[in-house]
Design a protein around this ligand. Structure first.
Ligand code: HEM
Length: 406
């Protein structure tokens, strides 16, 4: 508006009226008119045409174009040149159009998309992201849900709008995905949540033992990696000692093995659904207050735009100092096995240490072999946490020189 007034003052001046010869010089006003016509067409569907035979296009263009164009700019220029315009007192500012919620798969009345979900919820949601994009909605019963599968949208939720998305919503989603019956994971933010969140030892044992199983399953599949783990343990701990807590920070390769296992098999691949306390915009789309938001960490961890050969088990990717730093803090939204922001896993420090200690001890003390003629099975099954489909059966053989160490 200010620019249009400025142009009129320069071209017409305050002591004259707008005349036809001024119009050619009013370039900004002309551009305003074109932009208005692009966004708000007077006849958005044109006047229907009937073709009697094959023909070329363009014959029925509006015959009044030259007149309409001149009249429009002339009227607008005269009105704006002569007056300042403002909204009547008490009128609200014209609000910008609220972007819609991104569409997703259609469901059935009442039950929504529930009948189409399998037990592999994270895989189904990833498959749907291929069709509907990185943010889409779906109804689970009467609950509106949004699934987010891109790093940038996850960042908006977990970092930029962390306070808004810090709440939880249990009801129907809780029947599909729950976290060990842990009340804290479902409670909305507030004093009770803060109190519970302090040192609760809930639901953590299942996730930790499941991750031990996944690491062993991956190592059974990757014998070269297993050898490197043993080599590191022999160097750092030695065959005449037991693993102690002070050894853990020096086990860089084992740490990378654990991280790579978390990347491919996050225990909670959709985290615990977050729920915005007010309507907000993510990635240009509206997420209404109270929506259950699933963050598809499984998809982000396997995104080929973020990871080289994402389906390969390659612990080395965490050891290259040149590449991005990966830890469990959730600061790097590319790697989120424990979530991020104010609802990050409350047991993270203890879980990380427990996992490393258990694995280092088991791998240091024993050689592990699969029973004859068996192969490790790396499929998963969805439950409270995502587990190895078939329990891994492995045979241990002592590898320490001194049997008194056992
Ligand atoms: C391998 C082990 C574990 C993994 C992978 C894991 C992962 C997670 C994830 C992904 C969340 C949800 C974060 C979000 O929604 O943004 C979470 C929440 C939580 N975890 Fe863990 N966890 C583990 C072990 C533990 C342990 C050992 C404890 C307890 C000592 C624990 C206690 C909790 C609690 C209380 C919450 C809810 C936090 C809140 O909503 O404020 N977790 N965990």
């Amino acid at each position: 508006m200010q620019k249009a007034y400025q142009e009129l003052d320069e071209v017409v001046g305050r002591n004259n009226s707008v005349e036809e010869f001024h119009l050619l010089k009013l370039q900004l006003l002309d551009a305003v008119m074109e932009e208005k016509l692009r966004l708000h067409l007077a006849l958005p569907l044109s006047v229907p045409h009937i073709s009697r035979q094959s023909c070329t296009l363009g014959r029925r263009i509006c015959p009044g174009v030259p007149l309409a164009e001149r009249m429009f700019v002339f009227t607008l220029a005269s009105l704006m040149h002569s007056f300042e315009w403002k909204l009547q007192d008490g009128t609200e500012e014209i609000k910008k159009a609220i972007p819609p919620l991104r569409p997703g798969p259609r469901g059935l009345p009442v039950v929504g998309y529930l009948p189409f979900l399998s037990t592999e919820l994270h895989k189904k949601f990833t498959e749907l992201a291929g069709v509907y994009g990185p943010i889409y909605k779906l109804w689970l019963g009467k609950k509106l849900c949004v699934v987010v599968s891109s790093q940038s949208a996850a960042k908006e939720i977990l970092r930029d709008q962390d306070a808004t998305f810090g709440n939880r919503d249990a009801p129907i989603v809780g029947r599909i995905i729950s976290y060990g019956g842990s009340d804290i994971a479902w409670s909305s933010m507030g004093p009770a949540w803060k109190k519970m969140r302090k040192d609760t030892v809930l639901g953590g044992t299942d996730t930790t033992s499941t991750m031990v199983e996944w690491v062993i399953a991956e190592l059974m599949q990757n014998q070269e990696v297993m050898e490197k783990v043993h080599q590191e343990l022999d160097e750092v701990v030695g065959l005449n000692n037991c693993v102690e807590e002070f050894h853990l920070p020096r086990l860089f390769f084992l740490d990378a093995v654990v991280k790579e296992t978390f990347r491919l098999h996050p225990a909670l691949p959709l985290l615990v659904p977050h729920c915005p306390s007010q309507s907000c915009t993510v990635g240009g789309y509206t997420i209404p207050k109270g929506t259950a938001v699933f963050l598809n960490v499984y998809a982000i961890h396997r995104d080929p735009n973020l990871w080289d050969n994402p389906l390969e088990f390659r612990p080395d990717r965490y050891l290259n100092k040149q590449t991005t730093k990966f830890d469990y803090s959730g600061n790097n939204i590319q790697f989120l096995p424990f979530g991020s922001g104010r609802r990050i896993c409350a047991g993270l420090p203890v879980a990380e240490k427990m996992l490393m200690y258990q694995l280092a001890s088991l791998l240091h003390a024993f050689e592990w072999k699969l029973p004859n003629d068996t192969k490790p099975e790396l499929s998963d099954k969805y439950g409270i946490v995502v587990k190895v489909l078939k329990p891994v059966v492995v045979i241990p053989t002592p590898r320490l020189s001194n049997l008194d160490l056992y």
